[in-house]
Design a binder for this molecule. Structure first.
Ligand SMILES: Nc1ncnc2c1ncn2[C@@H]1O[C@H](COP(=O)(O)OP(=O)(O)O)[C@@H](O)[C@H]1O
Ligand SMILES: [Mg+2]
Length: 370
């Protein structure tokens, strides 16, 4: 049985459609992400799940039971917001104990639960501190402890790491993944940060303008995006606009607006016809560049390095092909390629491996389907 089901949820605020016919299913113990740009309806969706907003249309089921009309405090969910909203005048102990006191749990039981959960988030011994005496990361863990201590059916997290600096954010991502595999609690995590979603999710629902564009695993959503929106939002891909100039049983040829001819194996998912307008996407890590002619026969072009950026673990090359198309290529700095010594102005051979090219119709025929 599914842990959570949203069926055709729609929420309007006056004329704004914040959530537009959203349906999704979350499995028990899953780490499920709602990902999308600011304003796409993630928080509203989460608040609807929590019972803090009433949808105009649609139903919500938790463990198979319809809770659409069940008030928030009877859904047994816990939510952690972007601003952690700890009570500033309460100690860590009282912050965490708050929900248990509301539930009228006996004192001794509260004490052991609070101590237990403080151990889980690695802050045993911090009971008497006030929020202002804690670092951002510690406050975040207290907010998490306060949510977890009530044993919620589902943990809802709304951008819980975005108030932290980058290093702390990276550390907390790993801690949260570890905590999740230890507690196995079904978690819905809202973020606008694709790296966060890719690195932590079991599955990702990608949203745009209130709609779900695609639901997939991180691998699927990165390697085989199904919509133009996905391909542009996830990763930093090269995209080459053009149109289909030939199709046969095994491949299509796309002629780019600048005159590049690209061979692409037919993908069963996106049937294409001649003259269809498309975008061809290829990740910068999949572009091959070399000084010598490559063994590959297809999609091999000459170009010239325009600039090189050193980013520590990779070097990023901007290359202009003879037809004028500009391609970005990432190369691992530990590779033994002769390219690593190349400077702007040098000629190179660029290969856009057909298997790595993703070809998506400009107005995807199945936009929004998944
Ligand atoms: N209480 C509200 N009243 C009016 N409009 C709202 C309200 N909450 C959200 N919205 C609007 O709904 C849309 C989705 O908002 P939100 O769910 O907060 O997006 P996200 O969390 O993805 O940034 C936005 O256009 C936002 O301005
Ligand atoms: Mg939000």
């Amino acid at each position: 049985m599914m842990e959570l089901e949203l069926n055709n949820i729609t929420k309007k605020f006056n004329k704004v459609i914040a959530v537009d016919d959203v349906s999704l299913q979350v499995k028990p113990s899953e780490m499920f992400f709602l990902l999308g740009p600011s304003g796409c309806g993630k928080t509203t969706t989460l608040r609807i799940i929590a019972g803090l907003e009433r949808p105009n249309r649609g139903t919500i089921k938790i463990k198979g039971k319809d809770v659409t009309m069940v008030p928030s405090h009877k859904r047994n969910l816990a939510i952690v917001f972007q601003r952690w909203a700890l009570f500033p005048h309460k100690t860590v102990y009282d912050n965490i104990a708050f929900g248990l006191k509301m539930r009228k749990m006996p004192k001794e039981k509260i004490k052991s639960k609070v101590e237990n959960i403080l151990g889980t988030v690695g802050l045993f011994g911090f009971e008497d501190r006030y929020p202002r005496q804690l670092s951002g990361g510690q406050q975040q863990r207290i907010a998490l402890a306060r949510a977890l201590v009530i044993n919620p059916t589902i943990l809802l997290l709304d951008e819980p790491l975005s108030n932290l600096d980058l290093n702390m954010r990276r550390k907390m991502r790993i801690e949260l993944v570890n905590l999740h595999s230890q507690l196995n609690i079904t978690t819905i995590f809202v973020t606008h940060d694709q790296t966060e979603a890719l690195s932590m999710a079991d599955r990702i629902a990608l949203m745009d303008k209130g709609k779900i564009m695609e639901i997939s695993t991180p691998y699927e959503i990165y390697e085989s995006p199904k919509t133009e929106f996905t391909a542009k939002f996830i990763g930093e891909r090269n995209f080459i606009p053009g149109k289909v100039s030939l199709t046969n049983k095994s491949k299509v040829i796309v002629e780019s607006d600048k005159g590049l001819h690209l061979q692409i194996p037919i993908s069963a998912r996106a049937p294409l016809s001649k003259n269809d307008k498309v975008n061809v996407f290829i990740g910068p890590e999949k572009v091959e560049i070399s000084k010598k002619k490559s063994a590959n026969q297809e999609n091999v072009f000459s170009g010239e390095i325009q600039n090189v950026m050193y980013l520590g673990s990779i070097k990023k090359y901007q290359i202009i092909l003879e037809c004028g198309e500009v391609i970005i290529c990432d190369m691992q700095t530990i590779s033994d390629s002769d390219i690593l010594n190349c400077c702007p102005g040098e000629k190179v051979i660029v290969t856009l491996d057909p298997q790595s090219c993703v070809c998506i119709p400009k107005k995807a025929k199945k936009e929004g389907a998944y």
